[in-house]
Ligand binder design. Structure first.
Ligand code: GCO
Ligand code: MG
Length: 404
């Protein structure tokens, strides 16, 4: 069998998604997610201009060799654009392998390690009271793990809060120039413990409560936050400080036992090597879509297992349903699984990506259909052409640019 066609589709049903479709000489079709939020066209070009022409005539069963060829063969290794492009190819090839074998991808990886994948949702509020209402709503839906974010008094536009209460949070905004949000670590650090106090007081300690700091604090501030919320037993605090400097996490660890999750912006095992080896984190958040596909994520997960670090993959709406489906297959198998983020998708998005996954009582199942169990509807996709959109930037109260 040979690859005869490799096509890239960019579609915007509410938000931009990049999809790769690989067709083989025997008529098998595999799909992969190549979405890099706010930088979609760069991955589309990397695929269309560089990798797709090279795929023609290759044997689709040789997933590992194709991965190595595109990783080592570029000479310029790693980086979000390259690794997202390789990821899309990898996913599509696993999808094909599953369809050829007549097995779901998780079965090819070694079979299910659990009955379902625990997913966490997002509860948000423009105030603590609004957050409590949103939390109650998600608990009612059956979620066992809930991420909580609230508007911080005194900070006008901040990470994780939807425009209008009750709407899903969507960080990218239409247009070529980023929106400007604001930030104050002082106001946030004084407020955050009150938010967790309100949640635990009202709902008790049965659910897993998560929180995203979104790369905002210095290491010592992160240590202070972790320490000040220990009594609320968080499942994790996420991205407390930017992780380019992996050593910085030693300082946080010296001050707190609040578990730490990092890695949604990573694209390679090298980005998390020290964090894992020194047990500076508890959960690795890298994804199939941004870290080289199932082939590379499997390697990261196995390495993490040696140090009792669990997976907790990123799953915002900016990963397409194909990336989510691939992630769920990995989650079903991975022995050191922790949790999977699931923000959900709009009806319009799901009209383009027809999923077969199931959600029941806080757990998801990717489906037992051969391959990834998801279809891409090209006719629907054509109705929604690409629209430029950007992620925001953030500035301190005096105007200084800070981490978004
Ligand atoms: C999360 C993330 C997202 C990112 C988004 C950027 O934990 O879900 O931090 O909300 O901000 O993926 O594109
Ligand atoms: Mg995050």
């Amino acid at each position: 069998m040979k690859i005869v066609k490799a096509e890239v589709f960019v579609t915007c049903p509410d938000r931009n998604f990049v999809t790769l479709k690989i067709t083989t000489s025997e008529g098998f079709v595999g799909i992969g997610d190549a979405t890099l939020n706010g930088r979609e066209l760069s991955v589309a070009s990397y695929l269309e201009d560089h990798l797709c022409p090279q795929l023609i005539d290759l044997d689709p069963s040789r997933i590992e060799d194709i991965w190595q060829t595109f990783y080592k063969g570029a000479y310029w290794r790693r980086g979000p654009v390259t690794m997202t492009a390789i990821a899309a190819i990898d996913m599509a090839l696993w999808d094909i392998k599953g369809k050829v074998a007549g097995l779901p991808v998780y079965d090819l990886l070694g079979g299910a390690s659990r009955e379902g994948v625990m997913v966490y949702c997002h509860a948000t509020g423009h105030s603590i009271n609004d957050l409590l209402d949103d939390y109650a709503k998600h608990k009612e839906m059956g979620f066992k793990a809930i991420r909580v974010q609230s508007k911080v008094p005194g900070i006008e536009r901040s990470y994780g809060i939807s425009k209008n209460q009750g709407e899903a949070y969507e960080p990218a905004a239409k247009g070529i120039r980023p929106n400007v949000e604001s930030w104050s670590s002082e106001k946030y650090l004084n407020f955050a413990p009150k938010m967790f106090d309100a949640i635990r007081n009202k709902f008790g300690f049965d659910d897993h409560v998560l929180h995203d700091v979104h790369h905002r604090l210095t290491p010592i501030e992160a240590g202070r936050l972790g320490k000040s919320i220990e009594e609320y037993s968080l499942f994790w605090m996420e991205d407390p400080t930017p992780a380019e400097n992996q050593e910085a996490f030693r300082l946080i660890r010296q001050h707190t036992t609040t578990p730490i999750a990092v890695g949604e912006v990573f694209n390679s095992i090298w980005d998390c090597k020290q964090l894992i080896e020194e047990q500076l984190i508890d959960y690795i958040r890298s994804t199939v879509t941004h870290a080289g596909g199932i082939t590379h994520m499997r390697r990261i997960a196995d390495f993490a297992a040696m140090y009792q670090v669990k997976t907790g993959a990123h799953g915002p709406s900016d990963i397409s349903p194909i990336g989510m489906a691939a992630g769920l297959h990995l989650d079903m198998w991975v022995p050191n699984f922790g949790v999977q983020e699931f923000m959900g998708y709009s009806e319009k998005m799901l009209s383009v990506f027809n999923t077969n996954w199931r959600f029941e009582n806080g757990y998801m199942h990717p489906s037992d259909k051969p391959g990834l169990g998801i279809e891409f509807n090209e006719v629907e996709a054509k109705k929604y052409p690409y629209q430029p959109a950007s992620l925001p930037i953030a500035r301190l109260e005096d105007g200084t640019l800070c981490n978004w």
